[in-house]
Design a protein around this ligand. Structure first.
Ligand code: ADP
Ligand code: MG
Length: 670
């Protein structure tokens, strides 16, 4: 059994089952559960052992220390074991109508004696009566029979420790009685609905919950039908048996004797007891005695196996007590009360301050900023994090008990922006992927084109040279003159095509000079025949107009684009040429308001010989040549277009980006 001084948590988390729902954090009256890396962990120092977290966790991710094996060891030893059973047992064993069967089962398990704790409650009730009578109206008491309440007061209201009734619990009292009646050498094992009893005192030798007892019955195959019913061993209890259903000990006496006359406040359950203590602490009700129970009476303890409803449980205990009191031998009871009246029932408590420093406003505000709650309206106090308010959550974060991510609105907001970011990254990735595929394709085509161009270039040179020599040698009226002229012209056409292919394949060299961008763009525009129905606009957004380029080749590249733009606007339109600087790059945009490019043509534009123009009009070498030249300048070329009037104005924009401050070598670009 875990003793008080050891700081092993009574309750712990089964990591695999914990699914970050924050229910335990919400339900923990001592705020003794911290959230770290998505796991809810019980902090031993702060835990009061109420077991609320065990009760509320739907995934059964919270469990408590199990003493079954240790108790089995005790039962197997030579020392006699005595069971003392809590008065809530009729609510636990509802299926067993005769309490004597339970006694029989415990005996079969190996207990020599089975005693009810209730006689301890009878003794303790007397002590409370004395205490309240003697203290008159001076010091008001907080009942100390619930170990979780005692723990809560000493830890979180340590200055109220003096108000804890200096009386031992009914369990501690019965253990003293048992030791006197049956000798010191027995092992006394308490069995009840309460987890906190495992930590209350070292009076009993061990503590089992009803859950553990049921498990032991199962492990040892002890069934109700196989046992001989037996009565409880003495001492027989009186009205004390009723205290789990009559809202505590003081209240039990009070109901019977109207002792306290209106200055007793009874509070049960994790919210109510806290509120009562806080109000007592702040002086609102400090002229009242407090009877506090952490669970809703011991009949709803976390160590119960059968969950049952509160009033149903109450009914079972009440029925049992009524029957018991009908048959009680009061003479014997009085005799026992006298016999054990000398037992020292006093107890002292020590404060165990577990309060943590209240953070400053500034510290809290900083946490709010981290949660994206910069304005008051952002603090929803929605409770989703397990705390009552955003402020409580922020304080818990500062104390290292909680994480910012526990805030649901904040996490949802974060998730939303992450999804948006992911989508845009995906889109970018897709574009890059497409561009990569395209450039790979073009690189392959480039290699092929370069090979062909290279092979054709030499014989073509020979054809052109001999055709020209022959042309020089014949007169214009010679019958072969026109044929030779045709050979020369067509061969020259082939040469242009080959040169285009070499450009595309980047097999030409560039020789760069610094030029003024706007002057250069105007000269390109002059090189293209632009009909009057097309308006031209040049936008100069340049901060630095200087650019180092191979002027001749770049003129070819740009005029190809300009020509295409003009050809795309047979009925006129607007041709816009803009230049700007962006991140060490010169950006040239050439836009037209023409027909636009069909979606399915977009990835073919830079492929040699792709044309949508009629034979003789288009060669499909303009853009591949442009592409090669831009690449030779270590630049990039992009195109966006809309060919669907339903989606807005049609037109195309070519964007060229050239490195501006990088020295472009005269050597061939890689
Ligand atoms: P060509 O002009 O000889 O057809 P290009 O390589 O210059 O070859 O152009 C390839 C194709 O790209 C063109 O046939 C045309 O379909 C399309 N294209 C290029 N620029 C534009 C533009 N500004 N507007 C519409 N289509 C264009
Ligand atoms: Mg063209």
């Amino acid at each position: 059994m875990i003793k008080l001084e050891e700081k092993t948590p009574l309750v712990f988390t089964i990591a695999d089952r914990c699914k970050t729902c924050y229910t335990c954090i919400r339900e923990c009256p001592a705020k003794a559960i911290s959230m770290q890396n998505g796991q809810a962990n019980v902090i031993a120092e702060r835990c009061i052992g109420c077991g609320n977290c065990v009760k509320v966790c739907t995934r059964k991710a919270k469990d408590f220390i199990n003493d079954e094996t240790e108790v089995l060891g005790m039962l197997a030893s030579d020392t006699d074991c005595i069971a003392c059973i809590a008065p809530a047992f009729p609510a636990e064993f509802k299926e067993i109508s005769d309490y004597r069967i339970i006694v029989g089962m415990l005996k079969k398990l190996g207990f020599k004696k089975v005693v009810e704790v209730s006689f301890g409650a009878d003794l303790v009730a007397e002590k409370y009566r004395d205490l309240i009578n003697k203290s008159g109206n001076n010091l008001k008491f907080i009942s100390s029979d619930c170990p979780a309440i005692v723990s809560y007061v000493t830890k979180y209201h340590p200055h109220l420790t003096q108000n804890l009734a200096p009386v031992i619990s009914p369990l501690m009292a019965i253990v003293k009685v048992i030791r006197e009646m049956y000798g010191e050498n027995n092992k006394v094992i308490f069995i009840g609905p309460c987890i906190a009893k495992k930590n209350e005192s070292s009076a009993p030798d061990n503590v089992l919950t009803f859950k553990e007892l049921r498990s032991l019955f199962e492990r040892k195959s002890i069934n109700p039908e196989d046992v001989i019913p037996e009565d409880f061993d003495p001492p027989q209890s009186g009205r004390g048996a009723v205290f789990p259903v009559s809202r505590g000990i003081i209240n039990t006496i009070n109901i019977q004797e109207n002792l306290i006359q209106g200055n007793l406040i009874v509070a049960e359950g994790r919210e109510n007891f806290k509120e009562a203590i806080t109000e007592f602490d702040t002086g609102l009700i400090n002229d009242h005695n407090l009877e506090l129970l952490c669970c809703e009476g011991c009949i709803m303890g976390p160590g119960m196996f059968t969950e049952g409803k509160r009033f149903e449980n109450k009914a079972y205990v009440t029925r049992y007590v009524r029957e018991k009191l009908d048959n009680i031998n009061w003479d014997e009871w009085n005799k026992n009360m006298n016999t054990f009246s000398h037992i020292d029932l006093s107890r002292t408590f020590v404060p165990d301050d577990c309060r943590v420093k209240v953070p400053t406003r500034k510290e809290i505000e900083e946490i709010y900023i981290g949660m994206g709650k910069t304005e008051k309206k952002d603090r929803l106090d929605c409770h989703a994090c397990g705390y009552k308010s955003c402020e409580d959550h922020a304080i818990a974060v500062l104390r290292g008990l909680a994480e910012i991510d526990m805030c649901l609105p904040y996490t949802l907001e974060k998730l939303k922006s992450m999804v948006t970011e992911l989508n845009s990254k995906n889109k970018k990735l897709e574009t890059v992927h497409q561009a990569l595929k395209q450039s790979e394709k073009l690189a392959h085509l480039g290699q092929l084109s370069a090979g062909i161009a290279h092979e054709i270039n030499n014989p073509l040179g020979v054809v052109i040279m001999y055709a020209n020599i022959l042309l020089d040698e014949v007169n214009t009226d010679n019958e072969y003159y026109e044929d030779l002229k045709l050979i020369s012209e067509q061969a020259m056409r082939c040469k242009n095509i080959v040169s285009g292919l070499l450009n595309f394949a980047r097999k030409n060299k560039i020789s760069s000079n610094y030029v003024n961008t706007i002057t250069f763009l105007n000269s390109c525009l002059r090189a293209v025949i632009i009909p009057p129905e097309i308006k031209v606009q040049v936008n100069d957004y340049l901060k630095n107009p200087e650019i180092s380029i191979d002027e001749e080749q770049m003129t070819q590249a740009l005029t190809n684009i300009l020509k295409n733009a003009v050809e795309a606007m047979p009925d006129g339109g607007l041709l816009t040429v803009s230049a700007s600087n962006e991140n060490n790059e010169l950006v040239i945009n050439i836009s037209d308001t023409g027909s636009g490019i069909l979606e399915e043509h977009m990835d073919k534009l830079f492929t040699p010989f792709f044309t949508t123009k009629s034979i003789g009009k288009g060669t499909g070498l303009g853009l591949p040549t442009t592409y090669g030249i831009i690449k030779m300048h270590k630049g990039k070329i992009n195109v966006t277009s809309n060919a669907d009037p339903g989606k807005g104005e049609t037109g195309t924009t070519f964007t060229i980006r050239l490195p501006q401050f990088n020295e472009i070598n005269n050597e061939q670009a890689k």
